[in-house]
Every structure is written in structure tokens, then in C-alpha cells.
Design a protein around this ligand. Sequence first.
Ligand SMILES: [Mn+2]
Length: 241
Amino acid sequence: MKYRSVFISDVHLGSRGCKAEDLLDFLDSIECSYLFLVGDIIDIWKLQGSWYWPHSHNKIVRKLIKKSRDCQVVFVPGNHDEMFRDFDGLNFGEIEIHREYEHRLAGGQKVLVIHGDRFDRIVCHSKWLAKLGGHAYEILVRVNSWYNAARKRLGMKYWSLAGYLKLKTKKALKIVDNFEEALTTHAASEEFSAVVCGHIHRAEVKLRNGVTYANCGDWVESRTAIVETMDGELKVIQYGL
Ligand SMILES: [Mn+2]
């Protein structure tokens, strides 16, 4: 497919969760003039814990370098690859590194490209709770009943899993909401028409505070990207759909 721009984030190379083969396939399938790497491309945090770097992850790095020969590739680091922020304004081969970047859509509107972590005061560990499916929930309920049976034998009070999960889910949704609010308020105050970000692994395009909020999602689970069509429209696309 041909697009004016493609934005991907949260690839997490160097972690086992990264869907590298799918991303390679995706990168092969697209043609664009601008390719934005919107942070958390390499998971330095994970690599510092234990080294994991399969061949497919190398192939992605090589593919990105190859792409940079006929398309403008801009890397905007995230919190998992924040050491690259020290190279703000420098080039790695043909790949430009910027802490934040101002892109212009085909129609001329200003777009802020930013990973987004600086608008997230709490690192969200409870994301999975928001996505918890019915099946997983049933298993948890069963585990919870054993847990409470054990608590009872020890003379402890009943602990409500449903109540706990409801609270956690609500909290997770509140974090997402705060993130979108903070980013769009900032972008609007700087007179951007749109903001493209990543970080919370939730792909979406919507209007908020008069600004188009576009989140790339991730390549750990959702396998999504934001694309700018030839006529300057921002859309979410999902691999395999
Ligand atoms: Mn991040």
C-alpha cells in the first residue's frame, strides 16, 4: 500500500513480546515518503536485564536503514529507548533523531510527533486489566475462591476480587483518559492540528480539544500503525486486516 506517511511505535525490539516477523511483513507491504518511529522501538530496559536479540530483530533494524535511503525516516525516542534522546538533532546514517518532531500533513496542518511518556505521570502497569477477557476473568474468579477459602481457614476476612478488578480497570481507563487530555491540551496550546503518539499501546484516532489525537498502538499485541493517506488524512491500520 502507498501512503504519504507511516507512524509506528512501541515495537520493543529486544523483548520476547515483539512481533518482529509481522512487522517485517508490514514494512515490506508499505511504500511512503515519511516513516516515523514514535518511540520504544528498542527496549533498552529489557536488554539491560537479559540480552535477547534474535535474527528477526536485526532484520528490522536493517530494513529501517534500507528504507531511509528512499524515504525520510525520523526516530522520536520513547522512555524505553530514552538514551537516544541525547542525540537530538543528530543522524544515525540517514535516520534523523528528534526528541519531538513537527510534521506537516499534505494539507499543510501542523502535526506534533511525540512518544508521550512525559504526559504520563504514572507508568501504567494495569493495562492488561482493562483488556481482561471473560475467560481469564472466570479463571481468576476460581483462583479467588480458593484464595478466600484459605483466608477463611486462617481467620482472615473475605477479599473481593470483583471489587478489586473493577477499581483497577477504572483506574486504568482514568490513566488513558488523563494521557489523552494532557497531550491534546498541550498540542492545542502550541497550535498543532494533530498529535501522533504512542506509549499506552492503544491505537486510536479521534478528535479531542479541537486536536486530532492519533495513537500508533504497538507491535507487541495489537500490531497497528497510524498512516497519513496521500490526501493528508490520519487513520489507524491493523496488520492482517
Ligand atoms: Mn513508552
